[in-house]
Design a binder for this molecule. Structure first.
Ligand SMILES: Nc1ncnc2c1ncn2[C@@H]1O[C@H](COP(=O)(O)OP(=O)(O)O)[C@@H](O)[C@H]1O
Ligand SMILES: [Mg+2]
Length: 341
């Protein structure tokens, strides 16, 4: 196949995207595919650019995005559709996180260009990026979610309806960026202010103690459940991207019935948002054994050691094959049929 990987992007998760792209490119070239790489900020990468950018290092802090934003706008408006690597590709593989690449804007542009791409369509991507809307749809589909308010909310209402500690997070972000575990009423305002630096919509959510579980979905089939045991109380940015800062167990040690229930809920969440191709759905399991769905990720991390690739491996699908399967599933997204968002 002729595959063009779209990566980088103007978001706080730019370096995370490059880390995944580096390994995807290597795996797909290793399987004999013709692979080119396009950064949605700077355009087609030369072999020299690839060596420099696809180093695989993520760093402890996310980069600033303001300066990248204008360049990405310009490239997506005027550069992308003219590239041979886009016009001639059998499939565009999206390895982007947050921003226009995960939130549906790029998907809508690609629908207009008429280029086939991996993962979810524009509407589904936008829904999954918005935790508030996602949770409403999950709840309607019978997928349990933690209780929440959208800010502003009075501390007394948090005390009554959610209790402390509570989680404050930007509604449309990822990688735990801008998130705070707030232990009492006086911490609420500063936490909302911090989250607002990343998104005008801020969610204040019931904290669910207990275990952290994740379920990948590949082409409508849920993969084995994984458990994450972070070194910090939350699965934060540092734990997500620093080797050794979290333990990841695939398959999770769970009673078979509970594991099956999580897989069913993951598929229900995937379908509730009309996701396409593949996704990864995050859960908490309370000490009482209650399941809560936190979110669905349409473009989950894709280094060899990321959660979805580990889940696939537990199901007997090695990383290069996973990358190929994701490419083959492109355009099979239910939400994309008909072309409208
Ligand atoms: N309501 C919650 N209760 C307990 N932990 C939470 C809650 N919300 C988020 N977390 C912790 O923060 C991490 C990231 O939150 P999540 O909602 O998945 O956002 P992101 O899009 O940043 O991954 C979770 O994996 C979990 O460890
Ligand atoms: Mg998450």
């Amino acid at each position: 196949m002729r595959i063009t990987v779209l990566t980088g992007g103007a978001s706080a998760e730019r370096t995370v995207a490059f880390a995944g792209a580096a390994q995807i490119v290597e795996a797909l070239r290793g399987r004999g595919h013709k692979v080119e790489v396009v950064d949605t900020v700077t355009g087609l990468l030369s072999p020299g650019d690839e060596r420099q950018l696809l180093t695989g290092a993520v760093g402890r802090e996310p980069p600033s995005v303001a300066e990248l934003d204008a360049r990405e706008r310009e490239f997506l408006s005027n550069g992308l559709s003219k590239l041979d690597a886009v016009k001639g590709a059998d499939v565009l593989l999206l390895c982007l996180h947050a921003g226009r690449g995960e939130g549906g804007t790029l998907q809508a542009i690609l629908d207009v260009i008429g280029a086939p791409y991996t993962g979810s369509g524009a509407m589904a991507s936008a829904l999954a990026m918005d935790k508030d809307l996602s949770k409403r749809l999950f709840r309607a589909a019978g997928v349990p979610v933690p209780a929440w308010f959208m800010a502003p909310v009075a501390p007394e209402d948090v005390t009554t309806a959610l209790g402390w500690p509570a989680i404050v997070k930007p509604s449309r972000m990822g990688s735990s960026v801008g998130m705070t575990l707030v232990r009492s009423a006086k911490g609420l305002d500063p936490a909302v202010e911090l989250a607002r630096q990343y998104d005008s919509e801020v969610m204040v959510e019931q904290f669910i103690p207990g275990r952290e579980l994740t379920v990948g979905v590949l082409g409508d089939v849920p993969l084995p459940v994984g458990e994450i045991v972070p070194k910090h109380e939350l699965f934060d940015y540092e734990c997500k991207y620093t080797p050794g800062m979290s333990e990841e167990i695939f398959p999770a040690k769970l009673d078979t019935k509970l594991a099956r229930q999580l897989q069913e809920l993951a598929l229900a969440a995937h379908r509730a948002l009309k996701l396409g191709g593949y996704s990864r759905v995050d859960f908490r399991l309370s000490p009482d054994g209650d399941i809560f769905c936190l979110e669905a990720n349409t473009l989950p991390g894709m280094t060899r050691t990321s959660l979805l690739p580990q889940a696939a491996r537990a199901a007997g699908v090695e990383f290069p094959e996973l990358c190929e399967r994701i490419c083959r599933l492109a355009g099979n997204s239910g939400s994309r049929r008909g072309g409208n968002i």
